[in-house]
Design a protein around this ligand. Structure first.
Ligand code: PEP
Ligand code: MN
Length: 322
């Protein structure tokens, strides 16, 4: 079985020292790696750290020259692309936000000469056709592509990853557990999952001091923690079956069901508070009947099952309201 592809490094290049220290520690445990660091960061809040900018390309170049490993960064505009290529960056990735915008992806594609390798993250919305469309836009230039599954809203979308794998079994598919979960504790189990699903590698955010990181501090792990992840996951690298994909999808649906139930109970508690303030009774039988009838009309599930599930949910809601 071939060696997984490891793309490792900080969310953002913050300083020359941080970049070089991170690369040095990673090379010790994982000599066959691609070093990543964001130079321009697409951030939600305009007041948060936006990346060091073009100067950080020199730091990546130094990593490449000092350690003899390929380096990668995100490009979101044609200006980024030109600067990154001129600096000798080996791999360029299209981030999830850019991937949601076909005009931006086409503009990037128009600047390629076909000798590049472009990593394409899934768009922020669950849209396999858009992800595949981006792959086609880049491939039409002659460039090679790899796909990276990074989930949506800190959740996996295993169906989207599976559909992409089915549509394009010929291109490497990697997992980004850091952005998928937003949680450093999830990096190890998700790397194991990537190997169980037979994915081709992982892109993981690693920072020498995650707590001090200027972006995504909750999801970054240390180089030492990475060493343990790499040792553990290699053992689990197995041939995937359709059943393992389907089970991942079921687990994801169960997570969604239980999160929805928890949110429903939170609303029920607010209703309980409201009723108390108005001196209303907690139990309103005609309201439950209304909810039940609506569900019986809308759902294709067996009516007896609907009644049983709704009764259990209602009972718990009443308990929470009291
Ligand atoms: C990143 O990898 O640094 C990044 C911003 O990822 P995404 O586009 O998946 O959010
Ligand atoms: Mn990040």
């Amino acid at each position: 079985m071939s060696q997984p592809i490891y793309i490792l490094g900080p969310c953002a290049a913050e300083s020359r020292e941080q970049v070089l220290a991170c690369a040095q520690q990673l090379v010790e445990s994982t000599p066959q790696m691609i070093f990543r660091a964001g130079v321009w960061k697409p951030r939600t809040n305009p007041h948060s750290f936006q990346g060091a900018g073009a100067v950080a390309l020199d730091w990546l170049r130094e990593v490449k020259d000092t350690y003899g490993i390929p380096v990668a960064t995100e490009v979101a505009t044609t200006e980024h692309l030109k600067l990154a290529k001129a600096a000798g960056i080996d791999y360029l990735w299209i981030g999830a936000r850019t991937s949601a915008d076909p005009i931006a992806v086409q503009e990037l594609a128009n600047e390629l000469d076909g000798n590049e390798t472009i990593l394409i993250k899934n768009p922020t919305n669950e849209d396999t056709a858009l992800w595949l469309g981006n792959i086609h836009r880049i491939e039409a230039t002659g460039a090679r592509v790899m796909a990276i599954h990074r989930g949506c809203n800190h959740r996996p979308c295993w169906r989207m990853a599976y559909d992409l794998r089915q549509a394009r079994p010929d291109i490497p598919l990697l997992l980004d557990p850091s952005h998928l979960s937003g949680d450093s504790e999830q990096v190890l189990p998700l790397c194991q999952k990537a190997m169980e699903l037979g994915l081709d590698g992982v892109m993981v955010e690693i920072h020498p001091q995650p707590k001090e990181a200027l972006s995504d501090s909750q999801q970054q792990i240390t180089p030492k923690e990475w060493r343990r992840v790499a040792e553990t996951t290699t053992m689990y690298h197995v041939q995937s079956t359709k059943l393992s994909w389907l089970r991942s999808m079921i687990d994801e649906e169960d997570d969604a069901i239980w999160e929805a139930i928890a949110r429903r109970m939170a609303v029920a508690r607010e209703i309980g508070e409201y009723k108390k303030n108005c001196g209303m009774e907690v139990i309103q039988p005609q309201r439950f009947e209304e909810i039940l009838q609506k569900r019986l009309q809308k759902s294709s599930v067996n009516p007896e099952t609907i009644r049983a599930i709704m009764a259990a949910i209602h009972e718990e809601s009443i308990r929470q309201q009291k």
